[in-house]
Write a protein of this length. Structure first.
Lengths: 338, 338
């Protein structure tokens, strides 16, 4: 077979689909807004039955449902739609694990716009139009929308960092929604949490902490993690989804500051999307580097070996990692010297 | 296992990836602009080797290449990247089937913006902010960018509609880039082509026709297919990628006009993305309905049965379909009564 006849045998479909994959992001967002998964879970399984529940045209519902079926988020049999296991658990509003709110952050125009020129991001090795300026409003949107995405990982992480009943002073750095600190407080009634973040973001952490019943057991420190005084005497410092925003040297500087705030033998607890050494697996860890390329000047998705080296370079002991499955993240633990 | 523990076992990764899939569209566009696939095909297989060829930072190239590897457009082994079969054939500039230009249409801000509010598209059953206004500039972009996407299907379709050496007057309706008519002329030296489209789009068809060597064998009719006088006496009327923009009744009206322009026994030749009766397979045919929902008031991806019914309702004979594989489209042929 000649080169030419071989190339003519190739279907451009996959490239076509990838170049229009923004449709998938926005279709899934639209389906969440229309409560499509909730309606199907409640028994409306045809376009004709779903349409009036969404105040929508039957044709529009049919096109959306078929589109999501091709992508595996719905099933279709004899014209009746059903939910895939993950959409049933995570996108039905009546499910305890409902996480539909995350669409507002992931598909926020500010976030989409960061990727308008990926060639320039690649040339620069990072974003000039980034999200790390003081009080950037996108982090309020993040804190408001993304809590359900991290509820599972935060509740698992909490079990690894303190012992219930044992007093613990816990610093939650760049706390965002506050879920990681809140779950430590829920797991351990003797824990006191100090949330640090921009003041506009702390409003969300405070509201969540109050709503989740830990009033009286938390304080806040507002400002940049790089500039505020953390204080001292912490048993635990949480660094959830934070180090990926910065380069290696910046993280070493921050971790030295964290070490100084911990008691001797205190624990640094890092939560990260972590790629394997090949950097192309597992998908969630590996793909995360593109989010950092698009939204930070020099952030990255770091391997366990790189995080371990950051910790050692900052004076911590060797680190250990824990899976937070089913969440696609890792918990990395290291102690300051005793 | 209780409902709650079962749901807690679910990984939000797939939903996370889908809601950020605009990154895939823009990353693939960026890679095409950087000529990444061309550099890898030419032997630069590491981020360090590729970076200077793109005037890019090594880190940016690494992140982009890893991201495209996770999505299967590149391979990676021992730090060296390679091309998947389709990207080697279709995205290396030195390949005869190079189609990188399609990124400019698929990821055009106008096209992306059509999907900013899919819930409203579904409620309306179509787009209010559509692409069907007279002389909409997006069709010039389409005609300029998309020719390589249809080169294969146009060359195959041409073999089904006329016989080389046998004189044929061929109307190419909404010709766009003109590829379908041009390939008929290339296949059959006795064919004369009449391209019809908006005048701004015809400039592209004229340029392509001249560049591909059919000067003196074509004419043009400028204006809307619904308003212009096609003339009469055609042996063949091509309708490539056009019917999907309109509803069933509008298409029947247009096909009656086409029938009147054809000689008795003349051939209507329709090219379409066609879903199966289940409307969720094959992927390219099924997903196409979302493109129409987002960009037209009442267009759709029609099944073979629906297109056959349109043709019969317009006075044509029963239709036959031909695969245009590897292109993911169908050619539907029907004759006017003798």
């Amino acid at each position: 077979m000649s080169v030419e006849s071989k190339t003519s045998q190739l279907n451009p479909g996959r490239i076509h689909q990838a170049l229009t994959s923004y449709q998938l992001a926005m279709a899934l967002k639209g389906a969440i807004e229309l409560e499509l998964f909730t309606h199907i879970a409640a028994g409306a399984t045809t376009a004709a039955a779903i349409a009036p529940l969404c105040q929508a045209k039957e044709k529009g519902v049919r096109v959306l449902c078929d589109y999501l079926t091709v992508h595996g988020f719905l099933t279709k049999s004899e014209g009746a739609y059903g939910l895939a296991p993950d959409t049933a658990a995570l996108l039905d509003k009546n499910s305890p694990a409902y996480m539909g709110s995350v669409a507002a952050f992931f598909t926020h125009p500010v976030m989409i716009n960061k990727y308008r020129d990926v060639a320039t991001l690649v040339r620069n090795g990072g974003a000039t139009d980034h999200t790390l300026a003081p009080n950037d409003g996108i982090w309020v949107e993040f804190a408001r929308s993304m809590a359900p995405m991290f509820a599972s990982s935060a509740s698992i992480a909490a079990t690894h960092v303190t012992t219930p009943g044992q007093p613990a002073k816990v610093l939650d750095i760049a706390a965002g929604h506050g879920l990681f600190g809140i779950h430590v407080a829920l797991h351990n009634p003797a824990a006191e949490i100090i949330f640090q973040d921009w003041d506009n973001v702390l409003d969300v952490a405070r509201a969540n902490a109050t709503a989740m019943g830990i009033d009286g057991r938390f304080q806040t420190i507002s400002g940049s993690a790089f500039e505020v005084d953390f204080g001292t005497g912490y048993d635990v410092a949480l660094l959830p989804n934070f180090l990926h925003h910065f380069d290696f040297a910046t993280n070493v500087g921050l971790l030295k500051k964290v070490r100084a705030a911990l008691k001797p033998g205190g624990l640094a607890a890092i939560v990260e999307f972590v790629p394997n050494e090949d950097r192309v697996s597992p998908p969630d860890g590996a793909l995360f580097a593109m989010r950092m390329l698009g939204t930070t000047p020099s952030g990255d998705a770091y391997t366990l070996a790189e995080i371990d080296r950051m910790l050692r370079d900052s004076g911590f002991s060797a680190s250990e990692s824990r899976s937070l499955a089913p969440a696609p993240q890792q918990l990395i633990l290291a102690r300051s010297p005793s």
